[in-house]
Design a protein around this ligand. Structure first.
Ligand SMILES: Nc1nc2c(c(=O)[nH]1)N[C@H]1C(S)=C(S)[C@@H](COP(=O)(O)OP(=O)(O)OC[C@H]3O[C@@H](n4cnc5c(=O)[nH]c(N)nc54)[C@H](O)[C@@H]3O)O[C@H]1N2
Ligand SMILES: Nc1nc2c(c(=O)[nH]1)N[C@H]1C(S)=C(S)[C@@H](COP(=O)(O)OP(=O)(O)OC[C@H]3O[C@@H](n4cnc5c(=O)[nH]c(N)nc54)[C@H](O)[C@@H]3O)O[C@H]1N2
Ligand SMILES: [Mo]
Length: 716
């Protein structure tokens, strides 16, 4: 989403000097900012370990094969397994880069559907599923996700997000550091609530530690005080809200006095947060990954929307708003039934929007019997490193009858494949950001044309997916899919969209089309976020459903079972070795797959360490840099400790995406900073029972010194 100027010097001898990437100061959205990952476009394009031809595994080795052989092999194997064991015996996993790649995004689902299996998984269910869940049940569509109007707010609370590293997630905001700092410059305030003093917390007006996994209680206490002190402002929105009266009784018990010891934030601070939040005319409460990936993920995102709505900070400048992208992703007129139409055979976890939660994926491979998964397809994903208890998946993948990956590397996951189909590099494909424009802090449109063509005989991502879909689909490709290319789809979407040529007769001459957007090289500014209620609601009665029964039922469970227990519990940890685990990202990483870029992974802050508070380290007699065993219910890893008072006591932070030490991978540069995989110890049974999302945050771990003499855990 950051505008970049890419220049190519074909005469440069050193490949690393052929491509230069600079920030585009004329881009109306990013205005000359870009993150350190952008210059990696060159090294990734020329990376010698990047695959350029399909490969098949022959013994321990890999052999180049033709595209025809690759397609025939996939078709033959998938069809054979499907006819013998049924379509559900083939599982597909769709990874994160799909949403960053136009051709993939447009056709990956078509491909997964062509197999006809209920076993479809994606990174969504270890990330933002709770946002989709709240969008679906409250506003009628899983893509109806509000974003904070960061550029106009005067008071922002950030929970479980580190935009200084992530660049703003479900809050696409190039140049986020400036945007955040501007809140204070306008005389406002931004507050971070996070178990670590993150890079974002460092530039915030205020930071509070919170005990991992307890955010739901803070949110309930905030709502309690809002109702108790009669701070509710519904205003114009009131006539568009359904069920509001049900809320007051629900939060009656969650007083700041009871909540404070559970979350480790003082009662007076909770009271003050509400006071400040409600005394600013433009305030917004924002929560992200850290709140999605916990056992209350669904409740957290429902409550965040609810608090913004209840305080007059929804669908209004400076509050939470729905973007108006140039290509509208929500095309349905009516809310569909997309939850729990089927469940995982072995995991019992429920489907949402056509996908099963990834935490149950390995169970479907391991549990024998009818419907067992026998074949595995991975597209742009590295679940061996990214999914909870990835080690168990790693083992399970050794036993599948057939596996194909669409990926550019022989890495921790794809090394199990029988064949790998590579796709063009980022410099070889056109880009229009369908998804990130739809969750952006302002409205923009930009189409970036490819610099290079992939070269003769090398298909585009969407061509690979279309070819496989047409071979595997029992009904053949739809007429639409057959005719469509990414450019045609974008052109149609732009023309039919709210700013498009075909949206109204008066726009015919100056409305958007692909041609017009391409001609505006730096991108087109379509203005700040605009109020959209009620036009954007597609719930049955076209109102915001503020108290859907799915959330009320889950809240009742929490209120009756977990809450009384927590009140009774003393806050002392069970044992001095016990900790809660959280994750972290760094601005120079990208999940599991950019460590091969030297300029990124050699940054001295890109380190796979277990961050720990000095008091905790002292108690365990651990020195900075000392290797320790971190042990969970499912496994253990040996990792160096980084002692820092940025950590809350009792909490350890370990980044994900490392662990480039497995045999048989062929990404040599990534091995320079291998680290270990935190997902070797994350427990796949820890999920949000409501949405099925993985609950990485707050899992219990033990930290033990390694006895230098025998290399084993030194258990006291
Ligand atoms: N413990 C813990 N685990 C986590 C998280 C966490 O915070 N903590 N975060 C979770 C989140 S939010 C996410 S999104 C997931 C990510 O999980 P995944 O999507 O499974 O992992 P990535 O590392 O993004 O995998 C990227 C894969 O795509 C390939 N790839 C990259 N670009 C392209 C391309 O253009 N074409 C093709 N064909 N392949 C490409 C790479 O080679 C790599 O194999 O991880 C999750 N796992
Ligand atoms: N540079 C870089 N940028 C990225 C990515 C990357 O890997 N590298 N990944 C991209 C992806 S796939 C995603 S999904 C986004 C994610 O974007 P963000 O949501 O901003 O993700 P994180 O940086 O992981 O921040 C999560 C924060 O939650 C905190 N946290 C953990 N547990 C809890 C808890 O229980 N309560 C509270 N209040 N906080 C908690 C962590 O300490 C951390 O600071 O980033 C995207 N951008
Ligand atoms: Mo993600």
């Amino acid at each position: 989403m950051c505008g970049v100027v890419v220049s190519h010097d074909p005469t440069a001898e050193d490949e690393n000097k052929k491509i230069k990437v600079r920030p585009d100061k004329d881009d109306p959205f990013s205005k000359g900012s870009m993150c350190p990952k952008a210059p990696a476009l060159g090294p990734l394009h020329y990376d010698p370990s990047k695959l350029r031809q399909p490969v098949k595994k022959v013994g321990d080795d890999w052999q180049d094969i033709s595209w025809k052989e690759a397609y025939d092999t996939v078709e033959g194997n998938i069809k054979a397994i499907r006819s013998e064991n049924g379509a559900d015996s083939i599982a597909s996993y769709l990874g994160n880069p799909i949403v960053h790649n136009l051709g993939m995004l447009l056709f990956a689902k078509t491909f997964a559907k062509s197999i006809g299996s209920k076993n479809v998984y994606s990174a969504t269910s270890m990330d933002q599923l709770p946002h989709h869940f709240a969008g679906h049940f409250m506003f009628g569509h899983e893509m109806r996700i509000p974003v904070p109007d960061i550029d106009r707010t005067d008071y922002m609370i950030v929970m479980g997000a580190n935009p200084m590293a992530s660049n703003g997630s479900i809050m696409t905001s190039a140049g986020v550091s400036k945007r955040l700092r501007n809140i204070e410059k306008r005389g406002g305030k931004f507050v971070v609530i996070d178990p670590r003093v993150t890079e974002t917390a460092k530039i915030a007006s205020e930071h509070h530690f919170i005990k991992p996994g307890t955010d739901v209680y803070l949110l309930l206490a905030l709502l309690h005080v809002i109702f108790r002190d009669e701070k509710t402002i519904l205003g114009e929105l009131e006539k568009h809200i359904d069920g509001f009266e049900k809320l007051v009784a629900l939060v009656k018990d969650f007083t700041p006095a009871k909540i404070a010891p559970i979350i480790d934030i003082e009662e007076s601070a909770i009271e003050r947060l509400v006071e400040e939040f409600t005394s600013h005319e433009k305030a917004v409460l924002y929560g992200r990954m850290g709140l999605s990936t916990q056992s209350h993920g669904g409740l957290c995102h429902w409550l965040i929307n609810t608090i913004n709505i209840a305080t007059g900070n929804f669908d209004t400048p400076g509050g939470m708003m729905f973007p108006s992208p140039a290509i509208e992703l929500v095309r349905n007129k009516k809310q569909r039934d997309i939850f729990g139409r089927w469940s995982g055979r072995a995991s019992g976890l429920k489907e949402f929007a056509g996908e099963l939660p990834v935490s149950g994926m390995t169970d479907e491979l391991l549990a024998n019997g009818e419907g067992q998964v026998k074949a595995f397809v991975s597209i742009c994903g590295n679940p061996v490193l990214s999914s909870p208890n990835g080690k168990r998946l790693d083992q399970a993948l050794q036993k599948v009858e057939f596996m194909v990956s669409i990926d550019n590397y022989i890495n921790e996951t794809t090394r199990h494949a029988d064949l790998i189909l590579p796709t063009p590099s980022g410099l070889e494909i056109d880009h229009y950001d369908l998804i990130f424009n739809a969750i952006s802090v302002s409205n923009n449109a930009k189409f970036s044309e490819a610099l290079f063509s992939p070269g003769k005989g090398r298909p585009y991502d969407w061509q690979i997916l279309k070819e496989l879909s047409s071979r595997l689909s029992e009904k053949g490709l739809s007429l639409f899919d057959r005719f469509m290319t990414p450019r045609r789809i974008i052109n149609l979407g732009l023309m039919l969209g709210p700013y498009g040529k075909l949206s109204s007769p008066k726009r015919w001459f100056n409305g958007l089309s692909l041609k017009k957007v391409i001609a505006s090289k730096h991108g087109i500014d379509l203005g700040p976020l605009k109020p959209r209620i009620p036009e954007c609601l597609i719930t049955v009665d076209k109102k915001i459903n503020i108290a859907p029964s799915v959330f009320l039922d889950r809240l009742a469970e929490v209120a009756n079972e977990e809450f009384p227990q927590l009140i009774g519990e003393s806050n002392e940890r069970a044992c001095k070795h016990d900790f809660q685990l959280i994750g972290r990202r760094h601005v120079s990483t990208n999940n599991s797959w950019m460590h091969q870029v030297k300029a990124l992974s050699s940054n001295k802050h890109v380190r796979c360490t277990a961050m720990m508070n000095p008091d905790d380290a002292r108690r365990l007699e651990i020195d900075d840099g000392e290797l320790v065993n971190v042990i969970s219910r499912v496994g253990e890893i040996a990792i160096p400790v980084e002692i820092t008072d940025a950590m809350m006591t009792g909490v350890v932070s370990i980044p994900h995406g490392f662990g480039h030490t497995r045999e048989g991978t062929k990404v040599p540069n990534a091995e320079a900073n291998p680290g270990v995989s935190v997902n070797d110890i994350t427990d796949h049974t820890q999920v949000d029972p409501l949405t099925g999302n993985a609950a990485f945050s707050g899992q219990s771990i033990r930290v033990e010194k390694i006895n230098a003499e025998d290399g084993k855990g030194h258990r006291q």
